[in-house]
Each structure stands twice: as structure tokens, then as C-alpha cells.
Design a protein around this ligand. Structure first.
Ligand code: NAD
Ligand code: GLY
Length: 369
């Protein structure tokens, strides 16, 4: 690794692994993978869009290193995180005779990482996998921490398993081909880290967020800092018994909005998280938990980054408040039918609470339309 690379350890005892972040890691992948391989053979799961732009470099590098690789390219998009594509992937891996000691590589965004990780978790009762995230969202969040799964008609991510990767290789060069809208959506998860637990990082993002697309050093810092925050939380609370729930800041609102927009291009996951973070601060201020100026500061930064911050920013009609609150009730944090939300005492100081009335939630939803 060169000084332009960072290594963030995820300390989980026997299941510990490293997140290696920096430019050129797709081409350099064979050297990083070699120590993990029981035989010179890998299976790659990707999507059709990523396959067109980054798969050739990976397969050429593997071929040059004498590592055989076959790839399955699934359709791009959230709809792929489904039972159908999970079954297709597992059958393909079995057809490729991927064995217990082999490695599955997830090359793509959060959709591919979540689906391929879940496929690896259930294939032959568990094979190892390596995350090679190619979106900003996947590099800062979904590739780290071992949450894998698919969506259900009942809601997002309701079917899945904790299955930690053996290694994460986050090639920051890969983000150059990411459309602006997907880059900005991933930024929603970056902002989340500042909002939930690091006011200094949020202030750094206010100053530096606009240059992340063009400044490799700033991008490397933002990705590595986000990953380090996530790695710390995951190491302390791998299976979300407590602190890890803070990583869901904005997600209960966001998942309901994604459901309401049919998991379509009307609202990308990270955009839902951004609006959800803004709503969480609106609600916190309404309840007198955080300073009244914090929601304006959050909204102003999201707007400066060209991101949606309000329900009004979502194109087309949305269900009424009662329907949105009902959709929020499918959240995995619900206990005994009661919503639990992540709110904040201020920027960088989030906490979990079950003490929020539906009238207050409805009021902030209405004000955001
Ligand atoms: P995604 O995987 O759908 O990728 C977004 C789009 O970018 C896709 O069209 C993809 O084909 C394309 N793409 C990916 N890399 C590219 C590249 N380098 N160049 C050009 N195009 C590229 O979506 P996402 O935003 O990466 O991830 C969202 C998913 O992640 C959601 O399903 C969400 O639930 C999940 N998620 C999981 C966790 C977790 O902890 N497991 C955390 C956050 C989000
Ligand atoms: N993205 C939320 C988590 O990993 O817990």
C-alpha cells in the first residue's frame, strides 16, 4: 500500500478484516486476494453497468496473475435485491462449483454487495466473500459491517444475515465513472456519520463536501473517516443490540419513502437517507431536543450539495402522512409495534428513542411537503 492508501481494521475477533481504501485497487486486486485463496479461482457477482466499466480491468488483472474468474452480471438497480435474483445467484455459484473454501467477489454498489454477501452467507452454509465496492455509498457504508440481504414486498432489507466479508477493497478510482446523482446519493451516508457522531467531521464536510468529486485527497479522507467511524461502531456492536442502531439515522423515514416511491429512480436510497436525516433533525428540534438552528444547518448543507432535503423535493405524488407512518412501522427497529427512531441532541450527538408521538411525526412530514 502507498501513502495514498488507507487501511481501516474492523476488529471482530476471529472474523476481523481490513478495509483497504485508495486508487488503483481493482488492478491491484490479485495481490490483495492471493493470501485468501485456497486455489486460484474466484467467482465474481456484479451488475451489468459495473460489468461494462470495471469488470474487464478486474478479470484482466486476475488472468495475468493466473487466477481463474467467472462473472455473473445481474441487472443494475434496487429491484435486483430480490428473492428471484438471490436464487439465480446461488444457483449460478453452485453451477460454477464454488466450494466452501473459495471466495466470492461482490463487485458493485450496495445492491450487489448486499445480495452477493447474502448469497455467500447461505451458499453451502457459508462461504467467504470479498467486497469490492464501486459506489460512494458502498465504500463508506454497505461494504463494511456484514449486513447482507434482499428486500421483501413488506419492506427493505427484511430478509438477510450478518455475514462479514474477509476483505474490503475500495478502489476510489472506480468512483470516477459514477453518475453525479449516484455520487450525491452516496454522500447522504457520508453526511450521516457527521450528524450521528462527529460534529467536527460535519463541519469539515460543510467546507470540503463540494470538492470531493474532484479532489482525490479529500475523497480519500471522507471515505476513510466514514469507514473508521463505522468500523468502530460495528466492532462495539456487531449485531445491533445498541449503538449500531445509530447508523440508521434517517433510515426509518428514508425506507418508508423508498417504499412509497416503489424503490424506483424517483428516490435513490442515499437520497431517502438525506431527507430522513433532515426530518430527524426537524423532529428533534420540534421536540426541543436539539438547538432550533440545527435543522436549518443540515438542510442548508444538503441543498448546497444539490441533494434533496424535503418531501417536496421528491417528484410526483406521495402517500398521505398516515400511510407513510404505517410504512415506517415495518422498520426492523420496531419493538412490540412501537416505532424507535434515531433523533439528535445536536449535530454529532444522535440517540435512539421510542418516545415519539405519531402526531409529532405527522407534523414534521406535513411541514416537509
Ligand atoms: P446500487 O448498487 O444500485 O448502485 C447505484 C447505481 O450505480 C447502479 O445503477 C449501479 O449499476 C451503478 N454503479 C455502481 N458502481 C458504478 C460505477 N463505479 N460507475 C458507474 N456506475 C456504477 O446502489 P448503492 O447506492 O450503491 O447502494 C444502495 C443499496 O445499499 C440499497 O439497497 C441499500 O439498502 C444498501 N445499503 C446497505 C447497507 C449495509 O450495511 N449492508 C448500508 C447502506 C445501504
Ligand atoms: N447501514 C447500517 C448498518 O450497517 O448498520
Amino acid at each position: 500500500m502507498t501513502p495514498s492508501h488507507r487501511i481501516v481494521p474492523v476488529d471482530l475477533g476471529a472474523r476481523s478484516y481490513q478495509v483497504r481504501i485508495g486508487p488503483g485497487l481493482i488492478a491491484a486486486a490479485p495481490a490483495h486476494l492471493a493470501p485468501l485463496l485456497a486455489r486460484p479461482r474466484v467467482a465474481i457477482v456484479t451488475d451489468e453497468t459495473v460489468a461494462a466499466v470495471h469488470l474487464p480491468a478486474l478479470t484482466a488483472a486476475l488472468d495475468a496473475a493466473g487466477i481463474a474468474a467467472d462473472a455473473l452480471a445481474l441487472p443494475a438497480g434496487e429491484a435486483t435485491k430480490s428473492w428471484d435474483h438471490l436464487g439465480r445467484t446461488v444457483d449460478w455459484l453452485l453451477g460454477q462449483r464454488i466450494e466452501r473454501r473459495d471466495i466470492v467477489i461482490a463487485l458493485g454498489g450496495g445492491v450487489i454487495g448486499d445480495l452477493a454477501g447474502f448469497a455467500a452467507a447461505i451458499l453451502r452454509r457459508g462461504v467467504r466473500f470479498v467486497q469490492m465496492p464501486t459506489t460512494l455509498l458502498a465504500q463508506v457504508d454497505s461494504s463494511v459491517g456484514g449486513k447482507t440481504g434482499v428486500n421483501s414486498a413488506h419492506g427493505k432489507n427484511l430478509i438477510g444475515a450478518f455475514h462479514q466479508p474477509s476483505l474490503v477493497l475500495a478502489d476510489t478510482d472506480a468512483l470516477a465513472t459514477l453518475p453525479d446523482r449516484d455520487f450525491r446519493a452516496g454522500y447522504g451516508e457520508v453526511v450521516k456519520y457527521g450528524l450521528l457522531g462527529d460534529a467536527g467531521f460535519f463541519a469539515w464536510l460543510e467546507a470540503n463536501g463540494p470538492r470531493l468529486r474532484t479532489d482525490g485527497c479529500a475523497l480519500l479522507h471522507a471515505v476513510a473517516h466514514s469507514v473508521a467511524m463505522k468500523a468502530g461502531i460495528v466492532a462495539r456492536d456487531e449485531t445491533e443490540q445498541g449503538e449500531r442502531a445509530l447508523l440508521n439515522l434517517g433510515h426509518t423515514f428514508g425506507h418508508a419513502l423508498e417504499s412509497a416511491t416503489g424503490y424506483s429512480d424517483r428516490l435513490l436510497h442515499g437520497e431517502g437517507v438525506a431527507i430522513g436525516c433532515a426530518l430527524a433533525f426537524d423532529l428533534s428540534a420540534r421536540l426541543g431536543l436539539c438547538p432550533q438552528e440545527d435543522p436549518s444547518r443540515v438542510g442548508a448543507h444538503l441543498a448546497a450539495m444539490g441533494m434533496p432535503a424535503r418531501l417536496a423535493d421528491i417528484a410526483g405524488a406521495l402517500p398521505d402522512d398516515a400511510a407513510l407512518i404505517a410504512a415506517m412501522g415495518q422498520d426492523k427497529k420496531v419493538v412490540d409495534g412501537r416505532l424507535r427512531l434515531i433523533l439528535a441532541r445536536g449535530i454529532g450527538d444522535a440517540f435512539v428513542t421510542g418516545a415519539v408521538g405519531r402526531d409529532d411525526i405527522a407534523a414534521v412530514l406535513a411541514a416537509s411537503r
